[in-house]
Write a new protein. Structure first.
Length: 217
């Protein structure tokens, strides 16, 4: 009997196991980095994915949205040691409010998003910090974006990520976050701890859905 080897899309280990099954799709768990990921055979097309994103209401003047993003902006700004640094908001979406908030705080911001800010030139330089709010869970092959971030981030730089983290298999089964068809890569605290240890970061778990990773020199 043949055995299907499922490679982890983050750490590339080949020891993933079935984690959960629902009516929509199957999910696997990497035994090395603890990433949970949806069956890649069930992915939306880019056109379907874009249509989902266009349903989001990310208004720059929405006070609720600003308050939501403040959970990432506050610990990120507290971690930055100089008043005017260069940052990249990666996966900024159609309403780049986080970048505006960081810019208003005195930092020089660049934007990148494959759908809404596809500007390859911003990926040709290095940054003092990178922010990624509610985007990493959409990455099909997060190993690629992570490797890119390692290239883009200066020594001593800061990586700030907002994404809801799963806890247990039982909680995952009833977790609304997994039901969004564009959410395909799910991180645990242990996943970020693995990446931090492997790639030389200090990890600060700032909130239930926020981590700040400080790159060591």
């Amino acid at each position: 009997m043949s055995i299907t080897v499922i490679s982890c899309p983050l750490c590339l280990a080949t020891n993933s196991e079935i984690f959960h099954q629902d009516k929509q799709r199957q999910y696997f768990s990497c035994q090395q980095c603890q990433l949970v990921f949806a069956d890649r055979a069930t992915l939306l097309t880019p056109q379907q994915e874009l249509a989902q994103y266009q349903l989001h209401q990310n208004d720059l003047h929405d006070k609720g949205y600003r308050q939501f993003l403040q959970r990432l902006a506050t610990p990120l700004l507290q971690s930055l040691t100089e008043p005017s640094l260069h940052g990249l908001d990666f996966g900024c979406g159609p309403g780049p409010l986080l970048a505006k908030m960081l810019s208003d705080a005195g930092h020089k911001m660049a934007l990148w998003d494959p759908f809404f800010a596809n500007q390859p030139e911003v990926l040709q330089r290095q940054y003092d910090f990178i922010s990624c709010s509610e985007a990493i869970e959409h990455f099909v092959n997060p190993s690629r974006e992570w490797a890119l971030w390692l290239q883009l981030l200066k020594p001593g730089g800061t990586l700030a990520i907002m994404t809801k983290r799963y806890t247990t298999a039982a909680a995952f089964a009833s977790w609304h976050y997994k039901n969004d068809p564009t959410h395909i890569s799910f991180f645990a605290t242990a996943t970020f701890r693995y990446l931090a240890q492997r790639d030389g970061f200090e990890l600060n778990v700032a909130d239930n859905d926020v981590v700040i990773l400080q790159r060591k020199h």
